[in-house]
Design a protein around this ligand. Structure first.
Ligand SMILES: [Mn+2]
Length: 276
C-alpha cells in the first residue's frame, strides 16, 4: 500500500485525517522563472481522493499552506483552489483549515462548508494541538499531550562516499518542554509571570502546563523542497530552526526521532547527521 504523509486521529466516533502543505499553485512560481509545468493540482486531488477512500475519515483538517502564493492570489489559484475544495467536499463534508503562512486571503477561495481557524492553532479532543507552526500557539494549547505541526517540510538526506545524494520526506517526533515554551510565549505576549511560570499560567489562564509529544508532518505535495533535518547549511547552522516553537529552546531537535513515510524508524537527528 502507498504511504502517505498523513495522520489519522481516531476516537470512538470520529476519524480525522490531518494533512499539510499542499501549496496548490506552486507551478506558477516556476512559470515566473520561465519554466512551464502543467497544473499539478489534478494529481494532488487524485492523491487526496485515494487517501480518503483508503481511510474513510469523518473530517479532514488541513494544517496550513493550502496555496503557494503567500499574500496575493495567483490567477491559477482562483480556479484550482476552489475546485479542489469542491471535489473534496463531495466525499467529506467536514473540512477545516488551520492557516499557514502561505494562506493570505484563503477565505475567498474556500467553499462555504470549510471552517477556517487562525494560525495560532486549534485544540482537538482536549489533548491534541494542531497548528501550522510559523506563528505562536495560543496559550490554551499548552496543556495538550501532543502537538502536531507542519511548515518545515521535513526531509532526511543520505549522502554516500561517492557523493550520491538521496533525499526522502521524513516524519519528525520529538518533545516540547511545556515550561520553556510557556516562558517564551509569555515573553512574546509581554506578560510578566507573577511567581513561577507553572502557577502563573494556571492562575491567569487555567492551564495545566505539560511537556508534549511533538510531531512534524511532511508536506503532502511531494514536488516541494523541504528542510533537511540532519544537515547543516553552508554556515554550519541547522536549517530546522524556523517558526517560534522550533526556535525557542523548548524543543531539543538533536534528539528528535526520524521516520520514513512508511513508518520505518531511522534514528535520531544527532545519529543521522553523519550520513548527510
Ligand atoms: Mn509550507
Amino acid at each position: 500500500m502507498e504511504s502517505y504523509p498523513a495522520l489519522l486521529l481516531e476516537n470512538a466516533s470520529e476519524r480525522i485525517l490531518v494533512v499539510a502543505d499542499l501549496h496548490i499553485g506552486w507551478e506558477v512560481s516556476l512559470a515566473q522563472k520561465g519554466i512551464h509545468v502543467p497544473s499539478q493540482t489534478p494529481k494532488l486531488l487524485e492523491k487526496m481522493i485515494q487517501l480518503i477512500k483508503t481511510t474513510a475519515p469523518t473530517s479532514i483538517i488541513f494544517l496550513g499552506d493550502i496555496k503557494h502564493a503567500v499574500e496575493k492570489i495567483e490567477l491559477e489559484e482562483w480556479k484550482d483552489v476552489p475546485e479542489f475544495f469542491e471535489k473534496i467536499s463531495e466525499v467529506v463534508q467536514d473540512i477545516q483549515v488551520v492557516l499557514g503562512n502561505h494562506d493570505g486571503n484563503l477565505d475567498a477561495l474556500t467553499t462555504p462548508n470549510v471552517k477556517i481557524h487562525s494560525s495560532s492553532g486549534v485544540k482537538l479532543w482536549n489533548k491534541v494541538a494542531l497548528l501550522h507552526g510559523h506563528a505562536w500557539p495560543k496559550i490554551d494549547l499548552l496543556d495538550c499531550d501532543t502537538m502536531v505541526m507542519a511548515h518545515l517540510h521535513p526531509v532526511v538526506t543520505f549522502t554516500d562516499e561517492l557523493g550520491f545524494r538521496m533525499i526522502r520526506p521524513a516524519w519528525v517526533r520529538t518533545k516540547v518542554g511545556g515550561h520553556k515554551l510557556a516562558k517564551a510565549l509569555l515573553k512574546h505576549m509581554k506578560i510578566k509571570p507573577d511567581g513561577r511560570i507553572q502557577e502563573s499560567v494556571k492562575k491567569r489562564f487555567g492551564i495545566d502546563l505539560t511537556d508534549q509529544q511533538c510531531i512534524v508532518i511532511p508536506s503532502f505535495n511531494d514536488n516541494l523542497g523541504g528542510r533537511s533535518v540532519n544537515r547543516r547549511d553552508s554556515r554550519g547552522k541547522m536549517s530546522t530552526m524556523i517558526g517560534p516553537i522550533l526556535r525557542s529552546s523548548a524543543v531539543n531537535f538533536e534528539f528528535a526521532e526520524l521516520y520514513l513515510l512508511d513508518g520505518t524508524y531511522l534514528g535520531t537527528v544527532k545519529h543521522l547527521r553523519s550520513l548527510s
